[in-house]
Design a protein around this ligand. Sequence first.
Ligand code: ZN
Length: 373
Amino acid sequence: MNRSIIDEERSGAMHLDVEELQRYSRHLIMPEVTSEGQSRLKAARVLCIGAGGLGSPTALYLAAAGVGTIGIVDFDDVDLSNLQRQILHGTKDIGRGKLESARDRLHDINPQVEIELHKCRFSSENAPHLVSRYDVIVDGSDNFPTRYLSNDVGVFAHKPNVYGSVFRFEGQTTVFAPHLGGPCYRCLFPEPPPPESVPNCAQAGVLGVLPGIIGMLQAIETLKLILGIGESLIGRLLHFDALKVKFRELNLRRDPQCPVCGVRDGAAIPDISPHELKRRMDAGERFELIDVREPFEYEIAQIDGAKLIPLGEIAERLDELKREQPIIVHCHSGMRSAQAVRLLQQRGFAKVYNLEGGIDAWSDQVDPNVPKY
Ligand SMILES: [Zn+2]
């Protein structure tokens, strides 16, 4: 994942004033961020579901980092028993709405970000409209109906869903984004468990610091998606055990039969354009380019840096592919490579993309020196 989810037209329209240049100076001096990345952050709109244990650290750091608009959905009031972990709120806020308390605290940290308050339960009636107005969802909910709803709405709206959950001394996080190549929550757990079969924080307890750690990881993943840097947690679940101080990572597989994001009629194949491929090459980004045509076609024309693995051989040669890197697959016109992408997705490769129009389109749009046949 090396492509910002914020398009250049929006970030290019942003201007950083003198105060912002000073406020974000520790970002701006990093070559991975610069004023271009900071403008992306300013243009970004993030929806935080919940202003509780996970939402607190996430919103605090997103506001501090300069995410331009943060929407928060919550309907609760601040309770004394929240303060052990919900660090957005203070003792003086007990009895106030969490939204108002959150807004005051976030504006104290950074008055230059917009805070949009949505005082409601996140429901199937309001969720599609709410989500449509944001670029990323940060799921800080503590119950299954909300978690499934935010997943489903995010999948349909093509919005990444930065997931986090905590239980006693353990927590986990990942990014669900089938439109970017990874699985969704229902690929892992197709249906919610029966209500009341799973205890929540109030019933099972949670170490107060734990949502801090998981929520901050959610903030980091959100910032990376916006900046378009690093390796996203798409396709990987990070599990943290506070008692053992151990992080474990599990590779997540997309389920082609998933009731929400499953492949239908080949419509869900993630693709990239020839121009986007050229941009990644020029930027020196790391990815593997795989050519699934036949050797005789490779003799006629090839894209520099592509590795030839004919479609018929790819299932036997998976060990030649680097799972941790994005993989871009191309063929002559995009049909065989779409089959290869589907096969790789089924074998658990999360970041696989089809080159739209194949080498034919590459020759037309990027490099006319590549012969057409
Ligand atoms: Zn799914």
